[in-house]
Design a protein around this ligand. Structure first.
Ligand code: SF4
Length: 654
């Protein structure tokens, strides 16, 4: 405990001891500990002590930049508190993706959209120019030529342990590349704080290992907000081909030539047009249903399973080619795409080729036989951009690298059931699963539910009064209690059903509404305005569960005192969801529990978790749905309310 910088709170000593044991025994730990319980500083303390004693390094992975800041903030506190001789060794560096750290990308809209791979190629070409001519990236040139400035930057970083954003600003002022400077600094760091991609993309991981001069078994991996990781990995290992992407290919060949592919003598544009037609037809066949009068119904679902070889069979028959010729076409697309990339690179542009993406997708799709993937046809944008998708059902595909690390700690405030996380990630059976209760007084939080409301689709359609009752609950709570109140809906779709001027007029307070496409900065402004009402008249904010507010923002003290949860955020019964449930049923015999109940409970717990951030916070949550009682095991203090206003009044007065 001697590195721990604060007076330990309830459970913190136990958490540190547990992590220390896990590290000593080279094991894996799945740890749930309530939001605000200080798990970041506990994990850091235990991992740093171990790393110092056994010459290891720590890779701490986070999902958002604010989580990254929190880790660096705790490292500063630990260093401040540590004995003088240890201070130089308690050095850590935060890294973000190249799109954020490359100063050229910062000031160039095209480059700022680049993927890690594209920017890496762009950067390599720029650096080559610097070494062979007077051209190339000026930020890199300064790094290799201006030793004094570089040394001064190293000293500044070592002294300040800056947040990544501040570090980038500093380098920008000095015209130095932050990415290149970081590469050097990392060699001396005992801790690196990076986004998930630095561990789960094999190319980027190898680069990181190279900078650290260590193999995985010399590293401790800490996963922050681990409940996000399975979905993150599913997305990372899924692949899709959309109508818009094919349009981009056609535009690309207009500029860079439209060669004939393979012995089939089909032009790239003709090939892409055929693929677009096939995708549209597959969407019409499988996603849209035919109504009695023969008209296609576009509204009842947004995706469907695609029979295993249907897409490729359609390509062969419509173009009258053999599968061997199709293989040749794919190879030609890759070669042509590479030429476009090289050409763009020489021009100092982002080396992006849509034709190359197409070749990669088709290569992946044709070789996909695994039951760990579902082949889908999707229409999620009202018919504008249909796509086919190879959806990764099994995140353990990408998580196998975890087992190579010396030890791993997976933490979150909401991970129940812990077995689900262990199984989804393919962690070994002897992984330690541990859950610590919230350290804050139980009486500071109340969770109620009512039995005469629901967002269950067939009930809300059958009984038109339900929506009115929900509106009444919301308006009467908001009008009775001048406290900051957040109203969470299961989705933006359901929120929009309630989003009418007449309803909002009933709420006699300032009303704020989160919009799905809002930029991060617009959302931050909106939230900060809402927060400012907390200490005054109290406002109402409409938001969604599983979104940017409910999963990532803090509302201490009067910034949020009442949370109204409208409905239960069950996943939509899409083909993708059904595929996932079936896969988990086959693999673990727990399809419903792992893919429906657990993610729904996490969204509820995360939303309610906004209420209490420290020991002095008090707050009340109300779930406006009778199905809340199904989640009693995740919300132990859940109680039915027969008189909502009276119950809230009582809690506030107490
Ligand atoms: S050296 Fe740095 S600033 Fe220059 S292109 Fe590479 S990453 Fe970007």
């Amino acid at each position: 405990m001697h590195l721990f910088p604060y007076q330990p709170r309830k459970h913190q000593t136990e958490i540190i001891q547990l992590i220390s044991e896990v590290l000593s025994n080279h094991r894996h730990l799945v740890l749930e500990s309530g939001t605000g319980s200080g798990k970041t500083v506990c994990a850091l303390t235990a991992a740093l002590e171990y790393a110092l004693n056994y010459d290891k390094k720590i890779v701490y992975i986070t999902r958002t930049n604010s989580q990254q800041q929190q880790v660096l903030l705790e490292l500063r506190a630990i260093r401040e508190h540590a004995e003088e001789s240890l201070k130089p060794r308690l050095f850590g560096v935060g890294i973000q993706g190249r799109a954020n750290m490359c100063l050229q990308a910062r000031y160039n809209t095209e480059l700022s959209q680049g993927t890690a791979e594209e920017l890496s190629k762009f950067c390599a070409a720029e650096k080559k120019k610097v070494h062979t001519s007077r051209k190339g990236c000026k930020y890199y040139r300064n790094v290799i030529e201006d030793e004094e400035k570089v040394e001064e930057t190293y000293r500044w970083v070592r002294e300040k342990l800056p947040y990544v954003e501040d570090f980038i600003e500093y380098c920008d002022r000095k015209d130095l590349c932050p990415y290149e400077i970081n590469k050097e600094l990392i060699r001396d760091a005992i801790l690196v704080v990076v986004p998930y991609i630095y561990v789960f993309n094999p190319i980027i991981r190898n680069m990181l290992l190279d900078w650290l001069s260590r193999d995985e078994d010399d590293l401790i991996l800490v996963v922050d907000e681990a409940h996000n990781l399975p979905d993150y990995l599913r997305d990372l290992f899924s692949s899709q081909l959309s109508y818009w992407m094919l349009k981009a290919c056609i535009e690309e060949v207009k500029t860079y030539g439209d060669p004939k592919v393979s012995i089939s003598q089909i032009s790239v544009s003709k090939f892409c047009k055929t693929l677009s037609e096939i995708i549209r037809d597959l969407r019409d066949t499988y996603v849209y249903s035919i109504l009695e009068d023969g008209i296609r119904n576009r509204n009842d679902k947004q995706d469907a399973f695609l029979p295993s070889h249907e897409f490729e069979t359609e390509i062969l028959s419509r173009l009258s080619i053999t599968s061997k010729q199709l293989d040749q076409i794919i190879e030609d697309l890759l070669v042509f795409g590479e030429k476009i990339q090289e050409y763009k690179q020489q021009q100092g542009k982002l080396p992006r080729s849509y034709v190359h993406h197409l070749g990669e997708f088709l290569e992946f799709w044709m070789n996909l036989e695994s039951e760990q993937y579902a082949k889908l046809v999707v229409d999620a944008s009202n018919g504008r951009n249909p796509r086919i998708e190879a959806y990764c059902l099994d995140p353990s595909i990408g998580a196998s690298v975890i087992k190579k690390f010396h030890a791993t700690i997976h933490m979150s405030g909401t991970l129940q059931p812990l077995e689900e996380y262990r199984d989804s990630m393919g962690l070994p059976g002897d992984t330690i699963l541990s859950s610590f209760p919230s350290p804050f007084p139980k009486e500071n939080r109340r969770i109620l539910y009512v039995t005469d409301a629901t967002t269950k689709y067939d009930e809300i359609i059958k009984d038109r009064d339900i929506a009115g009752r929900i509106e009444n609950y919301i308006s009467s709570v908001c009008n009775t209690f001048p406290r900051n109140t957040m109203v969470f809906f299961p989705s933006f779709n359901i929120l929009s059903m309630f989003q009418s001027k007449d309803f909002f007029k009933k709420i006699r307070r300032s009303v704020y509404v989160e919009e799905q496409k809002m930029s991060q900065s617009a959302l931050m402004d909106l939230v900060s305005d809402f927060k400012s009402h907390g200490a005054k008249d109290g406002a109402t904010m409409f938001s969604v569960m599983g979104g940017r507010i409910s999963e990532g923002m803090d509302f201490p003290a009067s910034q949020l005192e009442i949370a109204l949860i409208v409905g239960i955020p069950y996943p939509k019964p899409t083909a993708r969801q059904r595929g996932l449930q079936h896969y988990y049923e086959m693999k673990f015999r727990k399809g419903w529990e792992y893919t429906v109940e657990a993610p729904t409970a996490r969204k509820l717990v995360q939303s309610i978790g906004r209420l209490i951030r420290d020991e002095n916070d008090r707050g009340i949550a109300v779930i406006l749905d009778w199905r809340a009682k199904r989640f009693k095991k995740y919300l132990e203090d859940l109680r039915e309310s027969k008189d909502l206003i009276k119950d809230i009044q009582k809690f506030i007065e107490n």
